[in-house]
Design a protein around this ligand. Structure first.
Ligand SMILES: Cc1cc2nc3c(=O)[nH]c(=O)nc-3n(C[C@H](O)[C@H](O)[C@H](O)COP(=O)(O)O)c2cc1C
Length: 278
């Protein structure tokens, strides 16, 4: 009853682990599959090892988290070791980030070689200079990256969009024109938190991305808008922690969903609970 499909990719369960949460290593990805996730999206992986931003990179607020990790990752070559066992255990979606169509295409090719069931193009991270949202708010850039990746892999190509724009429908149309197989919405909302005691921003990067319950209504609205603009599969993400949150996204037009912050606030059992409730 919970079976769904994102285009050609069939999922036994509709909830996936969102990129960046318990998905940096092979064992953690396999643990999430065993905990009831229908698929796991990897941490976003780039061409070279990246230490990310210096601490502090993360803080908890009343209605969510704010992070500016800065895309820390071991680089695509080393990440092959993490994919080796995980890709045999279930559906692993390879999240990648780059600065050009060529770089995205090479990374996608590697993820396909490693056994990824699909790739997710991170065109939406709000705190990485030269990457993510800086590219993913220009429809022409989105179109050229999606179409380059599509012509270099045979696995489905998903594109993760940012809510930090007034033109999300145009971004969605660009994904479709590039031949994209699905849209993932949303990444975090660009935000800042200042310590009143220290009189300066808490994060070393000053601003970061807000996630969790605070952004759920923004995500549901984004999915609804995208559904009115294009007719390709949408995966909803942002502030989902129980079945009612997930169902809002499904009614807005998503065929599957991802959970990130609630893995932190509710624990690894969150997928089993949502599956049961659904
Ligand atoms: C600590 C942390 C790290 C994240 N890292 C990534 C990442 O590497 N790539 C990406 O596309 N999204 C990343 N995200 C965004 C999530 O995948 C998700 O889009 C966002 O958190 C909204 O979902 P949520 O409210 O369920 O957390 C990260 C989020 C958090 C909290």
């Amino acid at each position: 009853m919970l079976v769904t499909s994102v285009g050609k990719l069939r999922l036994e369960r509709p909830g996936m682990v969102a990129s960046g949460i318990m998905d940096e290593t092979g064992p953690s990805m396999m643990r999430m599959l065993r905990s009831g996730a229908g698929a796991v999206v990897t941490k976003s992986i780039g061409t070279k090892p990246n230490p990310g931003h210096p601490n502090p990179v993360f803080t908890e607020l009343k209605a969510g988290y704010i992070n500016a990790m800065g895309l820390p990752n071991p680089g695509i070559e080393l990440f092959g070791e993490e994919m080796a066992a995980a890709a045999k255990a279930g559906h692993i979606i390879g999240s990648i980030y780059g600065s050009s169509p060529e770089e995205f295409s090479k990374l996608a090719g590697k993820m396909e070689e490693y056994g990824a069931a699909a790739v997710e193009l991170n065109l939406s991270c709000p705190h990485a200079t030269g990457y993510g949202m800086e590219l993913g708010t220009d429809p022409a850039v989105i179109r050229s990256i999606v179409s380059a990746v599509k012509s270099s892999v045979t696995i489905p190509v998903w594109t993760k969009l940012t809510p930090n724009t007034h033109m999300i429908k145009d971004l969605a149309v660009a994904v479709r024109e590039g031949g994209g197989d699905a849209i993932v919405a949303i990444n975090t909302v660009k935000a800042m938190v200042i310590s009143p005691q220290f009189g300066k921003p808490i994060l070393s990067n000053k601003f970061g991305g807000l996630s969790g319950p605070a952004i759920r209504s923004i995500g549901v609205r984004a999915v609804f808008d995208i559904r009115t603009a294009v007719d390709i599969p949408i995966v909803g993400v942002g502030g989902i922690s129980d079945w009612k949150d997930a169902v809002q996204y499904l009614i807005a037009g998503a065929c599957a969903f991802q959970v990130g912050s609630a893995v932190g606030t509710k624990g690894l059992g969150v997928f089993d609970t949502i599956n049961l409730e659904l």
